[in-house]
Design a protein around this ligand. Structure first.
Ligand SMILES: Cc1ncc(COP(=O)(O)O)c(C=O)c1O
Length: 392
């Protein structure tokens, strides 16, 4: 398989270990193992810790433990453990679903911009991919009439992502039902990347139910990375009809075989106590949204945004005559701030902001960004790429 370079990942890896203020991250501040164990009631923690420490590190149940699959299944309607496959992150879930359900020459409609995998993998398979674009001039809205125009009798899959990375746009229940009907009428699949499930935001919109509940042509992809702050577990899942799950499992035998048993156990603990995790997330996001609101008001002459309607991401528009890649490199290398360039998403003149960072980091990153913008406007800027101690 020949596949395009994952452009954003390459940019992120250039700076993510050195930049002090990562405020472009797509997830919520990660939890420690101790915090996950601390989710359990006090009188159960010791036993849980003993279970964690006593976990034998052999190969684990290949489709994911029955416990974790059952817990995940309960979060959908009419779904049992046989409808769930635990995967190595949402990234593997998407990869398996595309490879199992798509053939070279199939027509696919995929939201754009998007987590790049959602286009690049279908393209690498040899599919003809039409991009369903969210445009700044439309307020980054999903235009369902445009989707209808993109569909053809050959369309085999519609790929959406809600809440959306990188704009924070959401699809409502009604919109998802309409998309599901459009897919079903054509015998196509609807794959919804629900990596931001459970991440509704203050002042945003209520989140739609997962598409798995809509019918047998729908596939939901989920993850512990974003809503649980556990990307290091590399644990995600697919919820789909049993035959799709079986086929994805069969392909997984060649990719990663099985989830790590320790990760599976910690994921189950987090899922059981997800109300606490959601409350933690809300606290972080509320603090960051308040800081962002004040910051955008203070610097309204140079930056503006539309806060996320759901999820953790939004695009920041800046009024400077500078390409976003140049600005992003300058911010990262000289000011220690990571804000991904809009050009990575086809949005020149924008940067991607994530509201999931630790609030002190978030506030620090905004303050340094303001310094950078002020320096640029005052003509005090040095060429992008020159490293200073402040950038470390
Ligand atoms: C929309 C979307 N889907 C999938 C992923 C992959 O997540 P995971 O860590 O679960 O593989 C990401 C990660 O940024 C994402 O933003």
């Amino acid at each position: 398989m020949k596949i395009e370079t994952f452009a954003l990942e390459r940019w992120m890896t250039t700076y993510e270990l050195t930049a002090r203020y990562d405020i472009t991250e797509s997830g919520i501040a990660p939890m420690t193992v101790a915090e996950v164990i601390g989710l359990a009631p006090a009188d159960e923690r010791e036993e849980l810790l003993a279970r964690v420490l006593g976990t034998r590190l052999g190969y684990s149940e290949a489709p994911g433990s029955h416990t974790l699959r059952s817990l995940l299944a309960e979060t959908y309607e009419e779904t049992g453990p046989e409808h769930v496959l635990v995967t190595t992150g949402a990234i593997e879930a998407n990869f398996l679903a595309f490879n199992v359900l798509l053939e070279p020459g199939d027509h696919v409609v995929a939201v754009a911009p998007a987590y790049q995998q959602l286009h690049s993998v279908p393209r690498a398979i040899g599919c003809d991919v039409s991009l369903w674009r969210l445009r700044p001039e439309d307020g980054f809205r999903y235009d369902l009439d445009e989707l209808e125009r993109l569909l053809t009798p050959r369309t085999r899959m519609i790929v959406v992502n809600t809440p959306h990375n990188p704009t924070g746009t959401v699809l409502s229940d009604d919109e998802l039902r309409r998309i599901y009907r459009l897919a079903e009428e054509r015998g196509a699949w609807l794959l919804c990347d629900e990596a931001y499930r459970w991440l509704d935001v203050p002042g945003g919109e209520p989140l739609a139910q997962p598409v798995r509940n809509l019918g047998p042509r729908a596939i939901s992809v989920g993850t512990f990375s974003k809503p649980f702050g556990l990307p290091g577990l590399r644990t995600g899942w697919l919820a789909a009809p049993a035959d799709v799950i079986a086929a994805c499992w069969a392909m997984r035998d060649y990719v990663s075989l099985s989830p790590g048993g320790l990760n599976d156990l910690l994921a189950s603990v987090a899922l059981v106590h997800r109300d606490q995790v959601i409350a933690r997330n809300r606290g972080i996001v509320a603090a960051n949204l308040a800081a962002a609101d004040a910051w955008f008001n203070e610097h309204a002459d140079v930056v503006s945004w539309q806060p996320p309607r759901g999820g953790l991401l939004a695009m920041v528009r800046y009024a400077l005559d500078l390409e976003s890649r140049d600005l992003a490199d300058r911010l990262a290398s000289q000011y220690g701030v990571m804000l991904a360039p809009g050009s990575a998403f086809g949005y020149e003149g924008y940067l991607r902001l994530g509201v999931g960072a630790v609030p002190e980091t978030f506030a620090g990153g905004l303050a340094r960004t303001a310094e950078c913008l002020a320096d640029l406007r005052a003509g005090r800027a040095t060429p992008a790429g020159s490293l200073t101690a402040a950038g470390a």
